[in-house]
Ligand binder design. Structure first.
Ligand SMILES: [Fe+2]
Length: 180
């Protein structure tokens, strides 16, 4: 799967998400951002594959717990994806907060690496229709879209400091790359 990891991931994402036009547009945008960040990570294929697959759990046929990050990771595990890929998807953009708030356990650890930060950055700098945005604007957009009482909005609000910190770490690495 390694050599073709990116195309494997892109094809699974297309099959599962094409029927959800906004999720599919967003996913393609996140994959583009991940490509941009791929030069600052040690495993670009893994980062881009995780970007393609991070929201696969929104596919209606894959919904089990209702926490899309967990449903996506469990689906990928059934496809024999690596534990690292499953863990990145399960924890993307601080999904552990929503999982905790929904009482759902996560079987994989959060790897706390540059790849993980870059995935969060790619997701948090991409609009629902695949455009590029700033992290704070993206957080505000989620809060507005779901409304303050929704568990997703409450969870993103709770996670906002961690989301911003991960994005800043990635942006610093990207900035260093430009200066070299
Ligand atoms: Fe996303």
């Amino acid at each position: 799967m390694t050599a073709d990891l990116r195309s494997w991931a892109a094809e699974i994402a297309r099959v599962e998400l094409e029927g959800l036009p906004r999720r599919w547009q967003h996913t393609q945008g996140v994959a583009r951002q991940a490509e941009r960040a791929s030069r600052v990570v040690d495993d670009p294929d893994l980062l881009v594959a995780a970007a393609w697959l991070h929201d696969v759990g929104y596919a209606p046929r894959l919904i089990r717990t209702g926490v899309h990050a967990i449903d996506g990771a469990r689906f990928l595990s059934e496809l024999d994806a690596s534990d690292r890929l499953c863990g990145l998807v399960a924890h993307h953009s601080c999904a552990c907060v929503e999982a905790r708030n929904q009482g759902v356990a996560i079987e994989w650890p959060d790897e706390h690496t540059v790849v993980r930060d870059a995935l969060w950055w790619a997701d948090m700098t991409t609009t629902p229709t695949g455009g590029v945005t700033g992290v704070q604007d993206r957080i505000d957009e989620v809060l507005n879209r779901y409304g303050p009482d929704h568990v997703v909005a409450r969870s993103v609000d709770e996670a906002s400091e961690e989301l911003i910190a991960a994005a800043r770490r990635t942006e610093r690495l990207l900035a260093e790359l430009i200066q070299v």
